[in-house]
Design a protein around this ligand. Structure first.
Ligand code: FAD
Ligand code: NAG
Length: 431
């Protein structure tokens, strides 16, 4: 069990880093520092943006239980940031194993859902979708669930961390280049400018960037996922105001209700994503090619989508909306990073190859929703208090051979591919 006086450095001010920082402070740790390239909400981080789905529909019992607790937190402490629009989950006719399992899990917990046998039933229940081309599908609506203003919630969480005594170091002093090592023990971090920062424990909550600092290739791969934003008129937005979130497991496409004041319709794909090729040197001096985001820059994202990604977002939009909406150019579009693991399980564990280095990452495209309660679970693992079943589920394995990183069965759409050199140049500014 770490001592409450130990200096702890958490690298990364996303949902993993901030929730752990808050929990550590609440448990009486008095020297918690959070480092990041930018102050949270970090503009090009994965925990930002307009919205994230808050669903408790899971095929897996552990995440389902956590999601239920998280929804309770969204409805109380974080209610200012939460919109309970309900969530419609569909797939092609003939059954989808993730959808069936999630449906069973929700029902076995006493959740009330509306089941739709076909597309016309969905349109009957949700007039917002009558102008779309939806057909040959089935699914259900879970009224318990919705979306969160993610940047707003992260801003609030960061201010709670500050109020509880956590220090923040951002900018060049908060940008970590490498570790200070004493043999194979991590005793601090080297930052871009100035002397290193020393600590008894270093936590990497670096999301998709983790592969730039350590060899994580047998546990996770960073994948970029497409997002598009359409500006609606006030009248169009009013027509869609009461729509649920729609998630099509067959294609991975999902779309949120319009944002309340700005009337932005946001859509994305929960798929296998795109990889980049970046050269890095591991702490032991080996050269590796990994998929990772850019480290430098001012945090603005390139307005870039691969052409096939844009095509599939448009196909998704057409299934639900009229052509006047589905064909309208995006006002903003970009790729957003997932940190994918073999089965979609998080990585919350000591790094097996270096001492005093703890990992809290591996969000696999579904970690945000747990914001209200995630820290309780990750801090239990950090302190060695978590049940073995959980610490094993979230273990950083030294020798995992399943490198497919296909997630938990909830993904749809085409297989993962590497970006071509010119695509990577447009996306990262480097090829
Ligand atoms: C398009 C998209 C849609 C999603 N939809 C949902 C959803 O609907 N529901 C849901 O629950 N989840 C969703 N997710 C997943 C969820 O957002 C992520 O799992 C979660 O935000 C990951 O948090 P993180 O803390 O691991 O990463 P991040 O928020 O990216 O935090 C990592 C931080 O580390 C910092 N960092 C990295 N390296 C360094 C370094 N060397 N020095 C200093 N700082 C560093 C970065 O600047 C960054 O701020 C979605 C993700 C994306 C991309
Ligand atoms: C859709 O399903 C309902 C049963 O839920 C059925 O009555 C109806 O005929 C079906 N419609 C089509 C077009 O298949």
């Amino acid at each position: 069990m770490p001592s409450k006086e130990d200096p702890i450095i958490i690298v990364g001010a996303g949902v993993f880093g901030l929730t752990l920082a808050r929990e550590l402070c609440q448990r009486g740790y008095i020297r918690v520092s959070v480092l990041d390239r930018h102050p949270p909400p970090v503009p090009d981080g994965s925990s930002v943006d307009l919205s994230r789905i808050i669903r408790s529909d899971y095929a897996d019992a552990q995440y389902m239980k956590m999601a239920d607790e998280a929804v309770a937190g969204w409805k109380s402490e974080y209610s200012r940031y939460y919109h309970e629009s309900g969530i419609l989950i569909i797939s092609d006719e003939g059954g989808h194993s993730y959808l069936e399992k999630a449906k069973e899990q929700v029902q076995s917990q006493g959740g009330k859902i509306n089941i739709f046998d076909n597309a016309s039933r969905i349109r009957d229940a949700h007039c917002e979708f009558t102008s779309g081309t939806l057909r040959n599908c089935e699914g259900y609506l879970n009224p318990r669930g919705g979306w969160a203003d993610s940047a707003g919630a992260v801003r609030h969480l960061a201010s709670q961390c500050s109020a509880l005594g956590a220090s923040f170091v951002t900018g060049i002093r908060g940008s970590v280049d490498s570790f200070v090592l004493d043999g194979t023990r991590v005793v601090g971090v080297n930052v871009k400018e100035g002397p290193p920062l020393l600590a008894e424990h270093v936590v990497l909550a670096t999301g998709a960037w983790t592969s730039r600092l350590i060899d994580i290739t047998s546990n996770a791969v960073s994948t970029a996922q497409p997002v598009g934003f359409t500006q609606l008129t006030a009248d169009e937005a009013d027509m869609l105001r009461r729509m649920p979130i729609a998630l099509d497991l067959a294609s991975g496409f999902f779309v949120f209700p319009p944002t309340p004041s700005s009337n932005i319709l946001k859509c994305a794909r929960h798929g296998y994503g795109y990889e980049t090729r970046i050269s890095m040197t591991t702490p032991t001096g080996e050269q590796q090619q990994v998929s990772a985001p850019r480290l430098d820059g001012d945090g603005t994202r390139a307005l870039f989508l691969p052409e096939d990604a844009e095509v599939s977002l448009r196909e998704g939009l057409r299934r639900f909306f009229s052509s006047s909406i589905s064909e309208r150019p995006f006002v903003k579009k970009h790729l957003c990073w997932y940190t994918d693991t073999p089965k979609g399980d998080f990585i919350v564990d000591h790094y097996p190859h270096l001492q005093n280095l703890f990992l809290a990452t591996g969000g696999s495209g579904h970690a945000f929703k747990f914001l209200p309660i995630l820290g309780t679970y990750t801090c239990d693992v950090f302190e060695g208090l978590a049940p073995q079943s959980l610490s094993q589920k979230w273990a950083c394995r030294a020798d995992d051979t399943d490198v497919l990183m296909h997630g938990d069965g909830s993904r749809g759409g085409p297989p993962r591919r590497h970006l071509q050199d010119w695509e990577q140049l447009e996306f990262l500014g480097i090829s």
